[in-house]
Design a protein around this ligand. Structure first.
Ligand code: OOG
Ligand code: MG
Length: 261
């Protein structure tokens, strides 16, 4: 789908208002393409970046980015076959072992990911997994709590991109490892709810290697006119499908070599 922008400034502002209100009010809305069927992927990213600009102007701080829909499990679950990116703010972080309020979310789901912290800038086009590995300071296990602002957690590519790829909360934990000390392509992970396994998979489920998810992200940033600065926190995309959670649920992701969170 095209990165060309087709919507007017006025329409972008209007859609950004809708997403912002849905996020702040934890109220589900209909997907944006219901009213704007001609909307493109480029329009979706224009809304996402307009939202980021608003939040930053309000004093919220960006720590990095996330890749989304980078595994077959996620693509199959959501019915969207194009990987996306979204921004991560410092106030979306939740400490490991703490409880996460869900009152301010619409219909949260959890998923497990490998997060990268970079120490060198990365830029596209043609960023590769090797370049990502060389620019990685350390990796840590992460749980992302996603929350689509669209009714029924149903959306299309343009809508989910505008909604910041369903970003809501994230937690890290376990043990930070140097990328050269672990085989990132085949780390096993078990995602558990209340002590029972929900799903298990290996990190290769993310585009063959999670660093490929980060490379994809850098290449999308390039298309949007941006680079990935050194010191970025980047989540490489869910390894398994996402699971709905209820208040009181205890969620744990156990990673081979990286510990649990
Ligand atoms: C979109 C967000 C996808 C991931 O890791 O695949 C994502 C969604 O599934 O709502 O964060
Ligand atoms: Mg995710």
């Amino acid at each position: 789908m095209s990165m060309t922008r087709t919507l007017s400034e006025h329409d972008i502002e209007h859609l950004t208002d809708r997403i912002e209100a849905a996020q702040l009010g934890a109220k589900a809305i209909s997907k944006l393409t219901d009213d704007y069927p001609g909307m493109t992927l480029g329009d979706g990213y224009t809304v996402q970046l307009a939202l980021l600009k608003r939040w930053l102007a309000k004093g919220r701080r960006q720590v990095g980015w996330k890749a989304g829909l980078t595994s077959k499990a996620k693509m199959d679950q959501m019915g969207v076959r194009v990987p996306t990116i979204g921004f991560l703010l410092a106030d979306m972080f939740r400490a490991e072992g703490t409880s996460v309020t869900t009152q301010d979310l619409v219909h949260p789901r959890v998923e497990c990911e490998i997060a990268f912290v970079t120490n060198t800038p990365l830029s596209g086009p043609n960023c590769t997994a090797d370049a990502v590995m060389a620019a990685t300071d350390f990796v840590v296990p992460a749980i992302e709590i996603i929350d689509s602002r669209f009714s029924g957690f149903k959306f299309d590519l343009q809508s989910v991109v505008a909604d910041n790829s369903s970003s809501a909360r994230y937690a890290t934990g376990g043990r930070a490892r140097l990328p050269k000390d672990v085989d990132l392509s085949c780390l096993g992970v078990v995602l558990e709810k209340n002590g029972e396994p929900l799903a298990m998979a290996a990190s290769a489920a993310v585009m063959g290697h999670p660093a490929e998810g980060v490379a994809m992200l850098v290449n999308v940033l390039h298309e949007l006119g941006m680079d990935l600065p050194a010191g970025s926190f980047v989540m490489s995309g869910a390894i398994t499908e996402a699971f709905a959670v209820q208040p009181g649920d205890f969620i744990c992701a156990r990673f081979q070599e990286l510990g649990s969170t």
